[in-house]
Design a protein around this ligand. Structure first.
Ligand SMILES: *[C@@H]1O[C@H](CO)[C@@H](O)[C@H](O)[C@H]1NC(C)=O
Ligand SMILES: *[C@@H]1O[C@H](CO)[C@@H](O)[C@H](O)[C@H]1NC(C)=O
Ligand SMILES: *[C@@H]1O[C@H](CO)[C@@H](O)[C@H](O)[C@H]1NC(C)=O
Ligand SMILES: *[C@@H]1O[C@H](CO)[C@@H](O)[C@H](O)[C@H]1NC(C)=O
Ligand SMILES: *[C@@H]1O[C@H](CO)[C@@H](O)[C@H](O)[C@H]1NC(C)=O
Length: 374
């Protein structure tokens, strides 16, 4: 093994002898996420003629004359604040789960065997920030939403931002996050975090998207067969944000509204109420209409059949019998302008008076007013 030449040896020892105080940190200032773990590492040199007796960390409240308070001294202790130093004069400060209270200027302090030969390194500033989602709280659909994950100071290691919507990870790592055009589906609760620190995300920020009514639908109650004279209610529903402020009802063919409010009731329905109804749902962002049709054949009219039996009831085999009044009632599809009905009664064999009280109708034929008078 080759040993350094005597010249080099003396040169090295001269350098060593004349070495000066220096303290270097990496990084020289830091911005850490609240809840994260941070390191300040460094190295120092000292004039070789003095023997280092003590190394420790202090903060800005350190009093040089009193030489206290002492912030962290290398020990075996493994609390939230830890510091180390090795023989090569590498040192480090480790802060676990940093909080606002850790925001200080930190200096590395070295003392030697000679009382006046001591050194205080330059301060390293530690800033602690939380993440916050910054956005307009409300945006209008089809416009743009911009969500920014903000920090109070620029995070030291160029971070990758990640986004969560309603607790689900989004694919974008962009900061700010642009939602353009924004849709009603984008409404929700947003959080951001820094990759590697997913466990300490920002608080949730709600994004509200306003939109004009969509998906306007009209339901009819009762939904099945409607009996003439009964009441019918039309109900308009719509998805809108803010909710629909007013509903206006129109009937096809009419220009002025027939009603307003979320429901429209027809108290006593008649054949002439059949037709197409529009519900116009409106909020401050716009209007949309939905329709429903009260179908011609869904309104049923109860015809009062007064069954008048000619006496004696022997003539019932004839094909067409005219009744002036007919009971009991039966519901039949509505026909326009029904004036009277011809009822065909079918009876088999010999019929007694008793049996005739419940006749069988083979068919009921409705005659229109026009054909009756014409
Ligand atoms: C500081 O030292 C620790 C452990 O010794 C290491 O994990 C960390 O990456 C170092 N940080 C820097 C900025 O050098
Ligand atoms: C971090 O510190 C906060 C108080 O500042 C505490 O509530 C929390 O439990 C700590 N987290 C961990 C993982 O120790
Ligand atoms: C419209 O509303 C109905 C009932 O609320 C719903 O089932 C349907 O999915 C909606 N359609 C759209 C396109 O939003
Ligand atoms: C419906 O609401 C709009 C505003 O949202 C208003 O201008 C309009 O007059 C309202 N119509 C009725 C009939 O109340
Ligand atoms: C409802 O919308 C249709 C087109 O979808 C339109 O023709 C009609 O005039 C609208 N009715 C009302 C009352 O706004």
């Amino acid at each position: 093994p080759t040993s350094p030449t005597p010249l080099l040896q003396s040169l090295l020892s001269a350098l060593w002898f004349f070495s000066k105080w220096s303290v270097k940190y990496n990084p020289t200032k830091t911005c850490a996420l609240k809840g994260s773990t941070l390191f300040i590492n460094g190295t120092y040199t000292n004039p070789a003629k003095f023997n280092v007796k003590e190394e420790f960390w202090v903060t800005e409240d350190f009093n040089v004359n009193e030489n206290k308070p002492l912030y962290c001294k290398p020990t075996k202790d493994s609390g939230r604040v830890q510091c180390y130093v090795d023989k090569q004069q590498h040192f480090s400060l480790k802060l676990i789960n940093v909080t606002k209270e850790d925001e200080h200027d930190y200096c590395f302090r070295i003392k030697t065997n000679v009382a006046n030969e001591k050194w205080l390194g330059d301060p390293v500033k530690i800033s602690v920030t939380e993440l916050l989602v910054n956005t307009l709280l409300e945006v209008i659909e089809r416009e743009a939403a911009v969500l920014t994950c903000t920090t109070k100071c620029a995070l030291t290691d160029s971070p990758t931002f990640i986004w969560y919507k309603n607790g689900r990870l989004l694919s974008s790592n962009a900061n700010p996050l642009h939602l353009q055009p924004v849709s009603s589906e984008d409404a929700g609760s947003y959080m951001c975090a820094v990759r590697g620190y997913e466990h300490i995300p920002s608080p949730a920020q709600h994004l509200c998207v306003r939109y004009s009514p969509k998906n306007v639908s009209v339901s009819i109650s009762p939904s099945g067969e409607i009996v003439e004279g009964s009441s019918v209610t039309l109900t308009c529903s719509s998805d809108a944000n803010p909710p629909v402020q007013n509903y206006t009802w129109f009937k096809e063919g009419g220009t002025s509204p027939v009603g307003s409010g979320q429901t429209y009731s027809i108290i006593s329905i008649m054949a002439e109420h059949t037709g197409l109804y529009y519900c116009v749902a409106q909020n401050e962002h716009g209007a949309l209409n939905g329709t429903v049709t009260i179908k011609h054949n869904s309104v049923r009219v109860c015809l009062q059949f007064g069954l008048y039996l000619p006496s004696p009831p022997m003539y019932l085999t004839q094909d067409d019998v005219q009744y002036s009044t007919v009971t009991p009632s039966r519901c039949r599809p509505v026909q326009d302008d029904v004036q009277y009905a011809t009822v065909r009664v079918q009876c088999d064999g010999v019929i007694s008076t008793d049996q005739l009280e419940e006749p069988q109708y083979a068919s009921v034929i409705f005659h229109h007013h026009t054909s009756a008078t014409g």
